[in-house]
Design a protein around this ligand. Sequence first.
Ligand SMILES: *Cc1c(COP(=O)(O)O)cnc(C)c1O
Length: 416
Amino acid sequence: MTQERLRTRDLTRDGAAELDARNPHADRRELFDLPDGMLYLCGNSLGALPTAVPDRVAEVVRGEWGAGLVGSWNSADWTHLSDRVAARLAPLLGVAATDVAVGDSTSVTLFKTMVAAARLRPGRSVLVVEPTTFPTDGYVAAGVAKTLGMELRWCDAANPTAALDDDVAVLALTHVDFRTGAMFDLPGITEAAHRAGALTLWDLCHSAGAVPVDLTGAGADFAVGCTYKYLNGGPGSPAFVWVAPEHQDAVEQPITGWWGHARPFDLALEFEPAPGVQRMTVGTPPVLGLSALEAALSVFDGLPMEELRAMSLSLTELFIALVDERLDGFEVLTPRDPDSRGSQVSLRHPEAYGIMQALIARGVVGDFRTPDVARFGLAPLYVRHVDVYDAVDHLVAVMEKGEHRDPAYARRNAVT
Ligand SMILES: *Cc1c(COP(=O)(O)O)cnc(C)c1O
């Protein structure tokens, strides 16, 4: 749904309810355990709890761990748990399940993958990263550059391919920007990087589960992403990595742990990398986290990503239209062009911190990103158009009543 297609009626609460009534997947919201009285617009930071998770985790803890103990590696097939998770992730990423590995944190996965990518371009000495990305991506890139004796080059996020030249080994970009929700042209940039002889590493933290990604169609090289945002895997759930099939047997990642060995239980003296993407793994898989994630991903079963995308765009479109109509003094940072937008709306305002605190006090949970950005994540599986309407309504009330100027909000919490 494009912005022009929103009618005046859609900008009323009844109109928003009608948009929800026309959503063929509205019942997926029932697959989530959402606290009463809360408008949760923070699924881009920590996804909501799918109802399938608590029972599954309890079963794994009591049955598989408590009763089955070490035998569960075989009897509960813990050894292939990450493959089962990969199979559920693959359709969301436009890839084959056998090309995805899951298990470490995003930051660790970024490190492994960036080194592996750089090693495939041995004559080249530059890693390119955009300065507006989530800080860990830049910190890890700096660490990789130091480890490998490479140069870290910051590109202009408005034109990342301008930083490409014959020295660039890897262009590492975050597909959807965490602060603004702006989305890069993944296929176009991948092609430009390849023309310059560089490889691409895409961070999909703010795309996976919210925006269709077609890594295979784009001819991309590497991708990583977390699973606790739009994928709802729970706090600290394990990250994934995808390696294009043509790179898999050449790839050498730096943390050569036993789980990435060709035959871990031979307990051999020498490291021999496993074939395929399995060599990207390091140590014993996090069984509890993977079990929660496996259950959580069932909310996507049988859902075409284009339909999820249509739901997401309809929500962000409505949010932006309501802000335009009802609020002054806010700058919509998120691109208005739907093709350049992820699944969030970010508003800039000098008093954004106090505004977000006042909204949270009213049960509208978004978050604040320094210095002046209020972020609203619109997870399309459980956020409704009426929630968008109500959130903007609360925002209008906060501004009218000056609630954001409450002195209690002058002090910032550790997690904003
Ligand atoms: C959320 C996010 C991360 C998170 O990294 P962790 O190691 O899981 O803390 C990394 N990069 C980007 C772009 C993110 O949005």
